[in-house]
Write a protein that binds this ligand. Structure first.
Ligand SMILES: C[S@@+](CC[C@H](N)C(=O)[O-])C[C@H]1O[C@@H](n2cnc3c(N)ncnc32)[C@H](O)[C@@H]1O
Length: 296
């Protein structure tokens, strides 16, 4: 089945990466494959692209889609937090560009088995794929085992959830009766823990808790720091690194980690954001921010 995912900031990303014929590029977040395909097209006829993802289905889909590019494309089931090892093991040359387009794809969201959506009933898993974390931790493990204080902290820090304390208390009360195993079980607990007025807010009352859990399960913020750090060693001189983030926690890390790397020049003083026309056709783009740096 073709990918449902609509990539964001494609033109802007190709521009900041200065993609050129014969270049070597790493798409650290393959997803639906649009950015990878665009990289492949623009580095033709002999440039190469390596695409990573922890989501096995994304790699399977891309395998079919990119067959015609032959050995110019290689898909790797790897976690981007281990870029140094990945580059060694797969004999990557110094790269002209690396892209991170963070978060999850619409395909992952639509896959009930991943349990990422609060609108579909599925298991409370939330791993992007088998290599998303080292210890196989799932959202159900967190919900059923973490202390009330740790649950509250997770929702506050990763979800900026203002009812974190009430929801944590609700979770502990509910799990004392029976294990919370499904996404809808968790949504029910959240709904019964927050004030009724929260239902009438701009976002679904489970939005922030689900975001926090997803970040915790996939250890997204630590993985991002390690990935940017890892990129500095595998880029060629003059090579560029571009990161698309979707919320302020990620963008803050990108901005600060970029600033902490003196051998890089910042190419985007302010982050690039999608034009209104893009947001109109793809509302998910509204929170996207693109930042880029270049190795001196
Ligand atoms: C927003 S999507 C990328 C969309 C893609 N740029 C496109 O053109 O369709 C993000 C992808 O990154 C993957 N991902 C998230 N964290 C990862 C990690 N630590 N290592 C590797 N892939 C990861 C997700 O599984 C997801 O497929």
């Amino acid at each position: 089945m073709p990918s449902l995912h609509q990539a964001v900031l494609v033109e802007e990303t190709m521009h900041v990466l200065n993609v050129k014929s014969g270049g070597r590029y790493l798409d650290a977040t393959l997803g639906g494959g649009t950015h990878s395909e665009e990289l492949l097209r623009r580095c033709a006829p002999d440039g190469r692209v390596w695409s990573l993802d922890v989501d096995r289905e994304a790699l399977k889909r891309a395998g079919d889609r990119f067959a015609s590019f032959g050995n110019r494309w290689q898909g790797l089931e790897e976690n981007f937090r281990h870029l140094g090892r990945v580059a060694d093991e797969h004999h990557l040359p110094p790269l002209d560009g690396i892209l991170f387009d963070l978060g999850f794809s619409s395909d992952a969201l639509a896959d009930r088995a991943k349990g990422l959506s609060f609108l579909e009933d599925g298991p409370l898993d939330m791993r992007f794929g088998p290599k998303a974390n080292e210890d196989g931790l799932t959202a159900a493990d967190i919900i059923n085992a973490w202390s009330e204080q740790d649950l509250e902290k997770m929702m506050r820090n990763y979800g900026e959830e203002r009812f974190a304390r009430r929801i944590a208390a609700g979770i502990v009360k509910a799990r004392n009766v029976t294990r919370i195993i499904g996404t809808f079980d968790l949504v029910t607990v959240i709904r019964s823990s927050v004030p009724a007025s929260y239902e009438r807010g701009r976002i679904h009352p489970a939005t922030r808790t689900f975001q926090a859990l997803r970040i915790a399960v996939n250890d997204e913020l630590e993985a991002l720091k390690e990935a940017i750090e890892g990129s500095r060693y595998i880029l060629a001189n003059g090579g560029r690194l571009a990161v698309i983030s979707f919320h302020s926690l990620e963008d803050r890390i990108v901005k600060h980690t970029f600033r902490s790397m003196p051998e890089f020049q910042v190419l985007t003083k302010k982050p690039l954001c999608p034009a209104p026309a893009e947001i109109k056709i793809n509302p998910r783009a509204r929170s996207a921010k693109l930042r880029a740096i270049q190795k001196r």
